[in-house]
Design a protein around this ligand. Structure first.
Ligand SMILES: [Mn+2]
Length: 280
C-alpha cells in the first residue's frame, strides 16, 4: 500500500486532485541525452506488449549499426489498462527504465491503477481474481512495480532537444511548475483560456500552444481520437494502438533529422467516439 503520507504536499491551489493519492516526489525531471546518441519517443502502449516489442525491433533495424546500442527511449505514459498485457508491459518498461535504456512520464491510466491499488480493500483484492475486473492484473504486480509507477514524473525536459515530454498536455498560460497535475495527464482542449478534459468543447490545446510564446516542443500522447498530431511546437504520438490502429515511434537522430515509425496493432478495446481528423 502506498501511503499518501510518503509524498510531500503539492500546491494545487484550491483544486482537488482527481485521485486521492499524492503526485510523485519529483513531478518535473530534467534528463540529458548523451552526445551522439539517438532519442526515441514511443506513444501510449496500454498493455500492447507484442506491438511494443515489434516497434522496438523496427526502431533498432532503422537505426544505423553504430547507433544500435546508443539510443534511449521516452514513453508518453499510459503503459497499462485497456489492452491485453498490462502487468507484463509494466514490468518490461520498468526493466528498460531501471537499466537506463528508457524513461517514462505518468499517464492518467497509470494514475488510475495507482488509485485502485491504494484502495486495495478485501473486496477489491477478491475482485482482481476474476478476469472481468479491469484491474485483474494488479495481482501480478510487486511492491517494486507499484513504486516504479509512483515514481514516474509528470514531465521530463530534455534540454539538448528543447523538448518537454508530458502525457496529455501543457497549459500554455502557465510555467511548468504551475501546471496542475490533473491537466498534465488528462487535458485535451482549451476552453476560454482554461484546460479541459473534454474533446467536444473548445480548441485542441496543442493549437493554442502553437500560437503561444512558448518555445519548447511538446511530445505527448493521450489524445488517441485525434491520432497523430504534429506542428513545429508539438508532436502527439497516441495513434490508437489499443484500438487496432498503430503504435508509433519518433526517432530523433544525433544530426537532428527525424523519422516516424509505426507498427499495426490488433483492436483490443472498442473505440469510444469517432477518430477526429485535424488539420495538423
Ligand atoms: Mn491517457
Amino acid at each position: 500500500m502506498i501511503s499518501s503520507k510518503s509524498y510531500p504536499s503539492f500546491n494545487t491551489g484550491s483544486k482537488r486532485l482527481f485521485y486521492s493519492f499524492r503526485p510523485p516526489q519529483e513531478p518535473h525531471r530534467v534528463i540529458s541525452i548523451k552526445n551522439g546518441w539517438a532519442t526515441v519517443f514511443i506513444g501510449d502502449i496500454h498493455g500492447c506488449l507484442d506491438e511494443l516489442k515489434k516497434l522496438i525491433e523496427k526502431v533498432v533495424t532503422t537505426l544505423p549499426p553504430h547507433l544500435r546500442d546508443k539510443f534511449v527511449i521516452f514513453f508518453t505514459g499510459d503503459l497499462v489498462n485497456k489492452g491485453p498485457h498490462s502487468s507484463k508491459t509494466l514490468k518490461f518498461v520498468r526493466r528498460l527504465v531501471q537499466g537506463d535504456k528508457a524513461h517514462a512520464v505518468r499517464g492518467n491510466h497509470d494514475e488510475a491503477m495507482l488509485n485502485e491499488y491504494a484502495s486495495y480493500s478485501f473486496f477489491n483484492r477478491l475482485k482482481h481474481f476474476f478476469s472481468f475486473s479491469q484491474y485483474h492484473y494488479l495481482k501480478f504486480l510487486t511492491k517494486e512495480d507499484i513504486e516504479f509507477v509512483s515514481s514516474l514524473p509528470y514531465t521530463i525536459t530534455i534540454p539538448e532537444l528543447k523538448v518537454i515530454l508530458v502525457h496529455a498536455g501543457i497549459d500554455p498560460n502557465l510555467s511548468l511548475i504551475e501546471q496542475h497535475p490533473d491537466n498534465m495527464v488528462r487535458m485535451r482542449n482549451m476552453v476560454h483560456g482554461q484546460p479541459t478534459y473534454s474533446i467536444e468543447n473548445g480548441t485542441q490545446w496543442a493549437h493554442v500552444y502553437q500560437k503561444s510564446n512558448k518555445t519548447s516542443r511538446i511530445v505527448f500522447g493521450h489524445d488517441a481520437r485525434r491520432r497523430f498530431q504534429e506542428d513545429s511546437k508539438y508532436i502527439g504520438l497516441d495513434t490508437g494502438a489499443v484500438y487496432g490502429d498503430r503504435l508509433t515511434a519518433l526517432i530523433h537522430f544525433p544530426n537532428s533529422t527525424e523519422t516516424i515509425l509505426s507498427v499495426d496493432s490488433k483492436a483490443y478495446s472498442p473505440v469510444r467516439g469517432e477518430v477526429i481528423h485535424t488539420d495538423s
